[in-house]
Design a protein around this ligand. Sequence first.
Ligand SMILES: CC(C)(COP(=O)(O)OP(=O)(O)OC[C@H]1O[C@@H](n2cnc3c(N)ncnc32)[C@H](O)[C@@H]1OP(=O)(O)O)[C@@H](O)C(=O)NCCC(=O)NCCS
Length: 160
Amino acid sequence: MSAVMQISQPNAALRSMTRADLASVMEVERAAYAVPWTEGIFRDCLSAGHCCLVVDRTGELIGHAVMSVAVGECHLLNICIAPQAQGRGLGRRLLRRLLALARRRNADTAFLEVRSSNRGAIALYQSEGFDEIGLRKAYYPSAHPSDQRREDALMMARAL
Ligand SMILES: CC(C)(COP(=O)(O)OP(=O)(O)OC[C@H]1O[C@@H](n2cnc3c(N)ncnc32)[C@H](O)[C@@H]1OP(=O)(O)O)[C@@H](O)C(=O)NCCC(=O)NCCS
């Protein structure tokens, strides 16, 4: 996707991620997650042709998202807004854009996994029509270095 779309924040636009964005994407990723993806994972997602978007505020990247779409399904793999830009509607806009792109690619169901402790993200997904469809026990490494226990993943889905 090459079109640039204005979103809620003035001067913030959604556009496709490129390899040149990866250093900035990693800054946001590390700031927002206790257990961030590596740059290699983002590279693999770009190579695989996944839908990879960034939120670009006049040259400053303040968010990103990655989604795979295949055989009538889309999987939301990452959605992330920089901590200083959270709570202003950007996550919701990014999610809605991904789902619109998935519909255009003929997906009829959207799936995602989320840490069971991630109340903010779960509230966002529920308010956008996602329902809980299962639990993956001990799916994520602990978000706390001193805690060896792994965390459950909530599996969620919605029809498109
Ligand atoms: C989850 C995330 C993408 C949401 O993006 P955001 O821009 O902060 O969210 P928005 O401002 O669009 O808020 C959308 C809704 O999410 C929910 N929400 C977001 N943050 C919340 C919080 N801290 N507590 C409770 N609900 C929250 C609310 O339902 C909110 O709707 P409302 O404003 O009408 O109440 C963002 O907080 C983030 O990047 N977190 C770190 C990375 C992460 O956990 N990603 C999800 C992995 S599955």
